[in-house]
Design a protein around this ligand. Sequence first.
Ligand code: SF4
Ligand code: SF4
Length: 183
Amino acid sequence: MIIRVDLVLARENAIAAIDIIKRRLKEDRVPDVPDEIGEKKKRPREVAFMDVNLCFPCGKCPEFCPVQCIEYLAPDTLAGRGIQPVQDRFQECIGCYICVEVCSLLTDYDAIRMYEVDLVEQLLGVTITDRKPDGYIPAQPYEEYFSEGGAHSVRHLGKGSRIREKMNAEERAILEQERKRAQ
Ligand code: SF4
Ligand code: SF4
């Protein structure tokens, strides 16, 4: 019974934390922060990439991505890693910043950055459209571009948390509680 109560409280705190993040992002005029699971409807201005070397795969960002486009890399993709880190299928990303804030505010890793779509298209030789691809395209690590120290790293051009400095004391306390709980 006690365990069930703990689980309910933990879930409530997680929901409170993600609600704070969504509300602050909307106030910050970040487009496309949907309230429910959805699908890409327009070409985003930015898309997310994880620094796979910084990601200690806590599993939080996949849980909260509103289009569910974050996945664990396939087994043995990166040598020497037991559980593989996560990366998003960028062609499906809607640029909502939720994963950036989750990783920055609810973990110790700050592994995710947002990149201008034009830059990503240039780097990867792809076209990012207003719809998700028809077929499943698995996520790739893209370590050389989006990880610190990668051979062609552009991580310094990526954007991190937009809302960290805007939190009030009460919000900080809820996020901190959630960060500790997730450790
Ligand atoms: S929240 Fe950060 S550390 Fe956790 S799985 Fe996502 S990228 Fe990795
Ligand atoms: S910004 Fe992050 S959470 Fe939002 S759709 Fe892209 S990968 Fe998912």
